[in-house]
Structure formats: structure tokens, C-alpha cells
Design a protein around this ligand. Structure first.
Ligand code: FES
Ligand code: FES
Length: 161
């Protein structure tokens, strides 16, 4: 039997009827139609489904929608504002940190979560923060460089090179 839950996603409030076994990833993609969140392994290994849930990055394939009732969620669609793309999104483009793009939403959210906590992370901290996000294309170096360019360790300004 379905139960009604409330989710705040990218500052919009949704009421959704969910099945007990339905994952948050499924609700985000299928019910809310926010398909920027990807599903890869569905076993918590690849990070493609990462979202920020109440301030923390989680693999949404491992969270039951019922568990997320009342939560505040950020997906990749919510990173862009009326001012334009988030500086991390711009940096990924500028640094060639995107190839097929399948890992990119999860990467961006893991990186954002890190920078929200620590504005000037070391390279090791960046690599650790994205260690749960698998990328088959880029070799990670360009992703790390993109995140570094947005951090306060960067010699340029926020979002600059
Ligand atoms: S789809 Fe969730 S971690 Fe791979
Ligand atoms: S850009 Fe293809 S998996 Fe990362």
C-alpha cells in the first residue's frame, strides 16, 4: 500500500505517494521527473545517484523514499540559480571534466558537499570526497582540477582559473 510523503527538493515541496520498497532515486527520477540523478549500480557502489539529503551527500539508491519523508534534498537540477550555472558546473565544463556525463551529477553534488563544509580542501580531501563516485571516462584528474579551481586554495577567484 502506498503512503504519502513530503519531500522538499530544490526548494520545491512535493507530496508523493510511495510504495514501502521504493527508493529515493526512483521517486526523484520517476515521480518528480528529475532525471539528472542517474541510476548505475543501484547497490551503493557508483555514486551516480548521489544527492544532498539534509546537508549530507547520500546515494539515493540506498535510501528508501519513506526514510526521506520530510527531508530537504538537493539534486543537480537545483545547483543552477537564476544567476546561471553553479561555479562547480562552470568549472567542470571549463576543465573538460565531463565526457559521457553519466557520473557528473553525482560528482558535482559530492564536490559541492565538500566545499560547503570546507572551502579550501586539499587535493587528498577532494579525491576522498569523490572516492564514492566512479568515472569511467575522465581519469579523475580533470575533475579534481575543476574542484580545485573553485576552492579557496585556487589562485583565481571563485569559479575562476
Ligand atoms: S546507482 Fe546508487 S550508488 Fe550506483
Ligand atoms: S564522464 Fe563518463 S563516467 Fe564520468
Amino acid at each position: 500500500m502506498k503512503r504519502l510523503i513530503t519531500l522538499k527538493v530544490n526548494n520545491n515541496t512535493y507530496e508523493v505517494a510511495v510504495k514501502p520498497n521504493q527508493t529515493l532515486a526512483d521517486v526523484i527520477r520517476c515521480d518528480l521527473r528529475l532525471t539528472g540523478t542517474k541510476k548505475g549500480c543501484e547497490t551503493g557502489e557508483c555514486g551516480a545517484c548521489a544527492v544532498i539529503l539534509d546537508g549530507r551527500p547520500v546515494n539515493s539508491c540506498l535510501v528508501l523514499a519513506l526514510q526521506a519523508n520530510g527531508s530537504d534534498i538537493l539534486t543537480v537540477e537545483g545547483m543552477e540559480t537564476e544567476k546561471g550555472l553553479h561555479p562547480l558546473q562552470e568549472a567542470f565544463v571549463r576543465h573538460g571534466a565531463i565526457q559521457c556525463g553519466f557520473c557528473t551529477p553525482g560528482m558535482l553534488l559530492s564536490a559541492k558537499s565538500l566545499l560547503d563544509e570546507k572551502s579550501a580542501p586539499s587535493e587528498v580531501e577532494i579525491r576522498t570526497a569523490i572516492s564514492g563516485n566512479l568515472c569511467r571516462c575522465t581519469g579523475y584528474q580533470k575533475i579534481v582540477e575543476a574542484v580545485q579551481s573553485v576552492s579557496e586554495n585556487s589562485e583565481g577567484q571563485i569559479g575562476g582559473e
